[in-house]
Design a protein around this ligand. Sequence first.
Ligand SMILES: [Zn+2]
Length: 248
Amino acid sequence: MSLTDQELERYVRHIVLPQVGGVGQRRLRDASVAIIGAGGIGSAVIPALAGAGVGQITIIDDDVVDLGNLHRQPLFRERDVGYSKADLALQFVQRLNRFVKATPVQRRIDADNAQSMIEGHSLVIDGSDNFATRLAVSDACVAIGMPLLSAAAVQFQGQVALFRSKPCYRCFVGDAFDADDCDNCAELGVLGALTGTVGNFAALMAINSIVGVGEDPAGKLHVFDGEKLSWREIRIPPDRGCRACGSG
Ligand SMILES: [Zn+2]
């Protein structure tokens, strides 16, 4: 279906880009993205995707806003403390772009429910804050052949990678982190502006991937050093013994 006059007006600065055009904008409209975590990464990813006109966004987060979130989660205000992040993120999207259908899911995603929660989307973006969730989401993505964009920020370092089944996130981190007792932002600290930088980079990668701009970045880890202010790329080798994607 072609874009309406209202859509053409709203997305005009996308559509004039030769790399996007009307075709790219329709791909964004037809896309359905599940975002795990409406925290620091989600606070950058959700507005970017909603503004870009990604047609369907599912926001999965069982948490409520805490005062200690506000330095890095600009989706929320002081008055939001104690309220559901998923519901507040939905309200944000509704105020930003009427053409986006957002669905809040106020449930914790885990190994048992991950597959059913992400099924039917075209991309998953994981901005959650612990390894157990990340591995559960990754294993589910591998099982159903769903692309997974993983983004993380801690202290002064950020990491972003797109996985298309093989290599997978488990190839990258190994099996040691399945227990839900790992380090996260609460213990290690994170610079507020870093999560926005990393989240926006992830959003750019997602939009490029949906529209079909540039080379496919799958299988490469993009690492940001917030002290040196520089990005570097590392290729992630598949782990032949990986219990999610390997043959072993
Ligand atoms: Zn793997």
